[in-house]
Ligand binder design. Sequence first.
Ligand code: FE2
Ligand code: FE2
Length: 191
Amino acid sequence: MTERAEKIKKELFKKLKKERFEHTVGVMYTAASLAMCYGADMEKAFLAGLLHDCGKYCPPKEQIRLCDKYGIHLTESELKMPALIHAKLGAFLAEHEYGITDREILDAITCHTTGRPGMTMLEKILYIADYIEPNRREIPGLKEIRAIVFEDIDRAIYLSASRTLQYLKESGKETDSLTAGTCEYYKPQQF
Ligand SMILES: [Fe+2]
Ligand SMILES: [Fe+2]
């Protein structure tokens, strides 16, 4: 781990709740492993994993207040689904509080919750690492996604996006258009 990553990790240890910090470390190492597998920049994957949930250090109401304070525009679906807000706030904090200037890392943090059509490899890695990291509680289909992710990351993304949409629908929650777009984009082509 570089000195910079070590310093950020220590700061996050103080700021995040125990479970969130453990999840963060899980995402960090999972993202680094996926970067090794897919030939992406390991250091970037490591930093993106480390900082991906840095916007979750406070409750959603406070996250909305901070977005307002920093001039971060929130969409209607983000306001309806506060669980999405920490991604944009996290990218802002990663840049302004933790000194990350690399656009690729910041973009990966921005779309880590919903994914998006046409993701970069780093974005794909962070999105799926967040879903499969070892501390995640067992959810239907997780085993299958973990089993294929090192062979077919696009299929793993499709499966996780479709499971997320299914879960939101079944529990009567709002679904967002970006997750739906991710699901559609990564859906295997039928011939
Ligand atoms: Fe997150
Ligand atoms: Fe996360």
